[in-house]
Write a protein that binds this ligand. Sequence first.
Ligand code: CO
Length: 464
Amino acid sequence: MSKQVKFTETILRDANQSLMATRMRYEDFADILPTMDRAGYYSVECWGGATFDSCLRYLQEDPWERLRKIRKSMPNTKLQMLMRGQNLLGYKHYHDDVVEKFVELSAKNGIDVFRIFDALNDFRNIETALKAVKANGKTASGCISFTQSPVHTVEKYVQMCKELKAMGFDTICLKDMAGTMSPSEAEHLIKGIKDALGDTPVVLHTHSTTGMAYMTVLKAVESGVDVIDTATSCFSGGTSQPATETLFYALEQSGVKTGLNEDVINEVNRFFKPIKQKYIENGTLNPTSMATDAEALVYKVPGGMLSNMIANLTDMHALDKFEQALAEIPAVRKDLGYPPLVTPLSQMVGNQAVTNVLLGERYKQISKEIQNYFKGEYGIAPAPVSEALQKRILGDGKPVDCRIEDSKRDGSDFTQAKAALGDLARSEEDLMSYICFPNQAEAFFKARKEKEENVVRYTITEVN
Ligand code: CO
């Protein structure tokens, strides 16, 4: 058993995102930040993923301002973000200068640890981000999307970790989005990776969805993992992470040092309990998302993908085809070279399986996204894709094997953003928000301006 393990607290990002679609307002948690700063976490994951989009789209918050305020209230804690490599916070590929500027601004506004992943584990897509993080003197964590398939062996994962280390990442993270990593898999993976990497810290990120997380995390700690991701207990469980205080208690009892302050982590939980209650009462947090559902273990697909397929089949009055569609998934996945079932691949594979079953013929209709996948636009698949399907989609053409940076473009995204926004944009951060989420950012800037003009008018009335 490791004698020491550190904790990353996820309540502000992944727990918030997984349980209540990232709708927690800054005001809700502002007062507890100075306390959290004394907890002794390895880091607090507080930004990236869906927080940026949700701030602009639903909460009328400037995501950069949120980050600066958290930074100010937590001067002693490393702040962490999740970023999708060359796709930043979305699904399209951005040019290198955008990725570099995004990292620079994130570092300037307060991020210390950048967890960087690519849905397909195509590491070409995380290289620019890595270099930018290192150039800004921050910690780069290379993240592998964990999945189960005939080609995803322990050896393959160890090889991937070695590559990440060789690329220059400071830490390596195994990311089990679906919560389907078993204790035994964790043991073999972590031992294999630790043996191969030596001193490089290894992080395990999992979800409680199927109920295995506590066992899996415990096995991982026994096998030498250095950092685990957990959520304050009232926001733990189900699609969120396992609980911080529970794992603190269990591990300390086994003689593992965590560096956490017991009083502080319990105080944090007491603070968040009424907030959770508020969001349950207003319907934002559905308590079902905190329950255990082991169905994902039967089908080896994430819970979110199952609910997506059920929703689509219900819409088409074909829910009776659910079992058949599930049975179709392994075939589609094999044809695609076993991509990890993480967004957007999970939806693409699920939708194609549904289409195949509904039309009664495999690939009678092929979605635009899957065609683009075969054209190479998402990166390189983990295993060879179906040759027949590739030939049908590409004809005699070849899949693109270049990054977007190698393609030509007119003008920079920054020039375009400036031209589009005019005086609505007041900072480089504003321009970046617009480049990432143009519609949401513009609507936010307009609302911000109107709000200020109203304030000014009101003040003038007062003076008169
Ligand atoms: Co997660």
